[in-house]
Design a protein around this ligand. Structure first.
Ligand code: ZN
Length: 689
């Protein structure tokens, strides 16, 4: 114990002391915590009768302590990755996995939950408490409580292996992304690239002690080449490097190959699902989701495909025709799409992404986002200085509501850098709960303020200019902030259904995709789309062109989402352990069904599909489209009144954002909208009606 006294992860209270956390602190803190929890559980189970206060609440607190301790570790592993941190992180994974399995397979604990469920106290519980007990009983089954000892052992083994595989998958993607770059000394190769992209590439070269330009596979750098480089060979080279990351193909073939991890992951998912009595992993995945069965998911996706595919084909033909007329490209390849589309859009709508960028400085966009949520929900957001963070770029904020009550706090980490995983995401650092020191439940209780991590990978400020975002990046920031609000504005008092906890995964994208809508509204844009240099508001004409181009290639984007969603779902639905399962063949089949762009045979998209192999979206990627029905329909309630209608905003806040996982998403949606969701708004917004 004495060794733990100076360990910043020991007995963590309040915000994590990021600057003090070292890899060597991690394992001892986790070891201690797991042992302490195991001992607590033993004594809890010795009690004669069980109540919320003497059993469920302490279990909630035990789980929460693990979450609170592990969250900064896993966050650092994602945003400030080093070999030492990786080792410490990976060393804890099997311990955490085993602990979770033990809890889920503890017969005495299961019996205790059942006793409480059947007891008289249960009827006095509020919705959240009831839901926690029902979820727990479901999760015992999903952890193999009903299995014999041998099968329980196998379950435990599989879970442990799965967590290691997910971590390896993610490491390979990060290493493969950072393991390739191109040093370019001949500037003529870079014709077409905007100055902003060249400046970033110069900085990337300098940071490697090189002259001229370095382009990497970090998204902003890769994206610049694919969108602007006139040199077709260069685009092809980058496309091949990016689309073969972590595979048996491309410039770093076999170095960080995820193929075997994919094969093993699928086999284990199938095995564990069958062990638990499901037909396949797709069915197991739906056991905790809003969608009722696998047919419903497939039907939903295929119906959308029927609408979107012909429209996407038309868009693609139009692009091909334009390419034939206006360029010397007669056979459009995958690496031409981004570049051609940008050129075509410029001609068709007189709109270029670069023209918009000066209006979207990261600072102003962030402030604008805060103003939007102020208008919608009456929230006030202010920056707090001198908070301990993991990098100089990171800022910290507090959210107060209109009654001046502190509702949440968040870290904002916007820019791409080495050792930081790509993409954008929200994660929970601390979850809201009622702290009830003497079990009085009301008298001396206080609230633990929820804290979120908001992470993006935008281009940092460069050459004295502020960081300037693309419109897509603006949408990304709004999206992640939507998740953040869901986590932080919750009014639920118990951690396991507080914020995004306990929310079925296919409904979790509702608050996030909902927020994206404001990025297209002039009233909202006028609040923040101001030229970084002149302060001029986004001119009307430019806005009109942007709005006109909103649905440019919208169907092509949708079929791409459908391709990912169908691939993911069928992968887990059709898996057959008795046949050698050919993942490549499945993705080809799905592409034949929905895609309009021919991917080259070397494309190994699946090898970096972290959402489903290292994240929570396995047999659940359809969630984005599923929840878009909800988010588009929810937004249409504002279209019916006013996009800043504060009554509608308050209703959304109370019906959806504050409720966490206390009720089924369908009930919450009906509370807000007065009826079940309709797909009409999504089709209308996408121009597919
Ligand atoms: Zn999201």
């Amino acid at each position: 114990m004495s060794k733990l006294v100076n360990n910043p992860l020991y007995n963590i209270k309040g915000l994590p002391a990021f600057s003090a956390i070292r890899p060597q602190h991690i394992e001892p803190a986790i070891d201690h915590l797991l042992e302490q929890n195991r001992n607590t559980l033993k004594s809890l189970l010795k009690q004669e009768h069980y109540t919320w206060q003497n059993l469920i609440q302490p279990i909630e607190d035990m789980d929460e302590l693990i979450g609170k301790t592990w969250s900064p570790v896993s966050h650092l592993n994602s945003v400030a990755n080093t070999d030492e941190l990786r080792d410490a992180y990976n060393a804890c994974l099997p311990k955490l996995s085993d602990y979770a399995t033990e809890m889920g397979q503890n017969q005495d604990l299961f019996n205790a939950y059942q006793t409480i469920k059947k007891g008289t106290e249960f009827t006095s519980f509020d919705l959240a408490q009831k839901k926690i007990i029902e979820n727990a009983l479901r999760d015992f089954k999903l952890s193999g409580i009903d299995l014999d000892q041998e099968k329980q052992g196998r379950y435990k083994e599989i879970r442990q292996r799965q967590s290691a595989l997910g971590s390896q998958f993610s490491e390979n993607v990060l290493d493969a992304t950072q393991g390739w770059h191109k040093h370019i000394t001949d500037k003529s190769l870079l014709e077409g690239l905007p100055d902003s992209a060249l400046a970033v590439a110069q900085q990337a070269a300098q940071s490697r002690d090189m002259a001229d330009y370095v382009f990497t596979l970090d998204f902003p750098s890769y994206y610049a080449i694919m969108t602007y480089a006139n040199n077709r060979n260069l685009r092809e080279e980058f496309y091949r490097a990016f689309s073969t990351r972590a595979s048996d193909q491309g410039p770093t073939a076999h170095q960080w190959d995820n193929s075997k991890i994919i094969t093993e992951t699928l086999a284990l998912r199938h095995e564990i699902s069958q062990l638990l009595g499901f037909k396949h992993f797709a069915e197991k995945s739906l056991a905790t989701k809003m969608a009722q069965n696998t047919d419903q998911v497939i039907e939903f996706l295929e119906n959308l495909a029927v609408r979107a595919h012909p429209a996407a084909q038309k868009e693609f033909q139009e692009l091909q025709q334009w390419a034939a007329d206006a360029t010397d490209i007669d056979q459009v390849q995958a690496w031409d799409i981004g570049w051609l589309s940008e050129k075509y859009r410029q001609q068709k709508f007189q709109l270029s992404e670069e023209e918009l960028r000066p209006y979207f400085s990261a600072d102003k966009v962030t402030q604008g986002l805060f103003t939007v949520v102020n208008k919608l929900y009456g929230l006030k957001i202010s920056k707090i200085d001198n908070v301990d963070v993991w990098h100089n770029d990171v800022t910290f904020y507090e959210i107060h509501d209109q009654n001046n009550i502190l509702r949440g706090q968040f870290y904002l980490d916007l820019y791409t850098r080495e050792g930081k995983r790509g993409g954008a995401w929200m994660d929970s650092c601390i979850t809201r709960k009622l702290i009830d020191p003497d079990n009085s439940h009301i008298a001396h209780s206080s609230i633990q303020t929820p804290v979120a991590f908001l992470t993006c990978n935008f281009t940092p400020a460069i050459d004295g200019k502020p960081s300037l975002l693309t419109h897509n990046e603006v949408i990304t920031l709004f999206h992640e902030f939507g998740h953040g609000l869901h986590h932080m504005l919750t009014q639920v008092d118990y951690v396991s259904v507080s914020g995004i906890e306990g929310v079925p995964w296919d409904a979790v994208e509702l608050p996030s995709q909902f927020m994206e809508n404001w990025c297209w509204e002039q009233q909202a844009l006028n609040l923040f789309a101001k030229h970084y240099d002149t302060g001029e508001t986004l001119p009307d004409k430019l806005y009109q062109r942007m709005k006109n181009a909103k649905n440019f290639q919208r169907a092509m984007v949708m079929v791409r989402q459908l391709e990912f969603a169908l691939f993911d779902f069928k992968l887990h639905l059709e898996y057959d352990p008795n046949n050698i399962y050919d993942v490549q063949q499945l993705i080809t089949q799905v592409r034949d069904q929905v895609a309009v762009i021919q991917a080259p045979a070397s494309n190994r998209f699946q090898n970096s599909f972290s959402h489903i192999f290292a994240g929570g979206y396995a047999a659940g990627y359809y969630s984005y489209l599923w929840a878009e029905v909800l988010s588009a329909d929810a937004f249409s309630a504002f279209e019916d009144t006013d996009i800043f209608d504060s009554d509608t905003g308050q209703r959304f806040l109370h019906a959806i954002l504050e409720k966490g996982g206390t009720q089924e998403p369908m009930e919450l949606f009906v509370d807000f909208r007065g009826r079940e969701p309709k797909i009409d708004a999504l089709l209308r917004h996408s121009g597919l009606n």
